[in-house]
Design a protein around this ligand. Structure first.
Ligand code: GDP
Length: 444
């Protein structure tokens, strides 16, 4: 997970100052020394670090006093605000052309994830914004790029405009836009050629494509794993083409995150999206404020809620809650709930969005074992309908059959049955507690 090291260090630093009723200049200086080291270690550009520390120090030392916060909390608030500002302040949106189609030109070095991101963005535009995009294969130099985009197009059931690799990208762009107009597509995403390094020929060509396509957005795709290099690449592309946004890919990997924190400050181009995996839905809008909260261990509850809303069917959730309360919760419901939670994404990512999750004992090193969950699913799926509704009937021979059917051991079947029993008992207690109080129970 990106930012882990940075988050750990910053949260430790914050811990020291959090409860302080009085924060002296020496305290702030001490804290800033640690913040500076933490940022440098996360591969944040040194100039950016210098400016950041200066701003936070100035604001923290001569700060306005707010009654609702302790001085320690106020310093943390300043850090949070400045971190948000550093990454770009307000979240930015995708442009909409006055006269469709809106043209988005995708640029970037080879291997950054440009073709993948083109597919992801088109998918997002259609799913979240109800748009009707067309993809354009204009990367004629990388042998597999056109094929790759066509495969993505098939997978997404989305048209891909291509003229093979013998026609110039400029001509491809020109014809593609006409085709998009004819076919009433409201977005055109042009996957342009990447190279291993920035070179003049490439830039010239991209400039020509830009001229002919007159794009509403030029998104640079950069690989977060390349750290400072990503920032340098962004700077060059911005100087030569004038970018409107950056998409930072592979943030799911083991990156230190410095690129995310420096791109905006160095290039003055906002990060608009982040890529979090290879699948077509592994893309998220970049929210600097939420990211800052996540780094500082304040959690990212908003994203969590959005994910829940997108993947949990509200009627079903209500029905489940009702079943829990009335104690008619069965293994079938349990399976349903597992599926809904899994739809929200990898579990360890979800845990990371909880406030303080980083600091919770036990939770920090929890390796969510997705396999274990698949095993549970397999066991439940091997039960008959009757067994799911009334697990009491599961005797020794049924257990053997279920174990065989799911490819798990009888012990595992036993363990799951016991856990389910325990869960029901706990629900019973909670329900009777809440009845006693007549107010519904509160989470601790
Ligand atoms: P291009 O040369 O810039 O068009 O790069 P591709 O789109 O072919 O991507 C290069 C590799 O990076 C592929 O294996 C992609 O699956 C992978 N990739 C792209 N975006 C992400 C991401 O956000 N996370 C991860 N883990 N892999 C990614």
């Amino acid at each position: 997970m990106a930012f882990e090291g940075l988050a750990d260090r910053l949260q430790n630093t914050i811990q020291k100052i959090r409860g302080k009723g009085k924060v002296t200049e020496a305290d702030v200086k001490e804290m800033m020394r640690e913040v500076r080291l933490a940022l440098l270690e996360a591969d944040v550009n040194f100039k950016v670090v210098k400016d950041f520390v200066k701003k936070v120090s100035e604001r923290s030392i001569g700060q306005e006093v707010m009654k609702s916060l302790t001085p320690g909390q106020q310093v943390i608030k300043v850090v949070q605000e400045e971190l948000t500002e550093l990454m770009g302040g307000e979240q930015s949106k995708i442009a909409v052309a006055k006269r469709p189609p809106t043209v988005i030109m995708m640029v970037g070095l080879q291997g950054a994830g440009k073709t993948t991101t083109t597919g992801k963005l088109a998918n997002l535009l259609r799913k979240k914004h109800n748009r009707n995009p067309m993809l354009v294969a204009a990367d004629i130099y990388r042998p597999a790029a056109i094929k790759q985009l066509e495969t993505l197009g098939k997978q997404l059931n989305m048209p891909v405009f291509s003229l093979g690799d013998k026609i110039s990208p400029v001509e491809i762009a020109k014809q593609a836009i006409q085709k998009a107009k004819d076919d009433h597509h409201d977005y055109v995403l042009i996957d342009t050629a990447g190279r291993l390094h920035i070179d003049e020929a490439l830039m010239d060509e991209l400039k020509q494509v830009k001229e002919i396509a007159n794009p509403d957005e030029i998104f640079l795709v950069v690989d977060a794993m390349t750290g400072q290099d990503a920032v340098n690449v962004a700077e060059s592309f911005n100087d030569l083409l004038g970018l409107t946004g950056v998409v930072l890919t592979k943030l799911d990997g083991d990156t230190r995150g410095g690129a995310a924190l420096s791109v905006k400050a160095v290039t003055n181009t906002p990060i608009k999206f982040v890529g979090l995996g290879e699948k077509m839905d592994a893309i998220e809008p970049f929210h600097p404020e939420r990211m800052a909260s996540r780094i500082l261990g304040m959690g990212d509850v908003l994203t969590l809620i959005e994910k829940a809303q997108a993947s949990v069917d509200e009627d079903k959730a209500k029905e489940l809650e009702q079943k829990m309360r009335s104690m008619s919760f069965t293994f079938e419901d349990f399976l349903e709930q597992l599926t809904q939670v899994r739809n929200m994404g990898p579990l360890d990512e979800i845990l990371n969005m909880l406030p303080g999750a980083n600091k919770m004992k036990g939770l920090k090193n929890v390796q969510v074992d997705e396999k274990q969950i698949s095993h549970v699913e397999a066991i439940i799926q091997s039960m008959t309908k009757q067994e799911k509704i009334n697990p009491d009937i599961i005797n020794a021979s049924r257990k053997k059959r279920i174990a065989k059917g799911s490819g798990r051991s009888v012990q595992e079947v036993n363990r799951l049955l016991k856990q389910f029993e325990d869960m029901k008992k706990m629900m019973k207690q909670m329900t009777s507690m809440s009845k006693g109080k007549k107010k519904g129970f509160k989470f601790p």
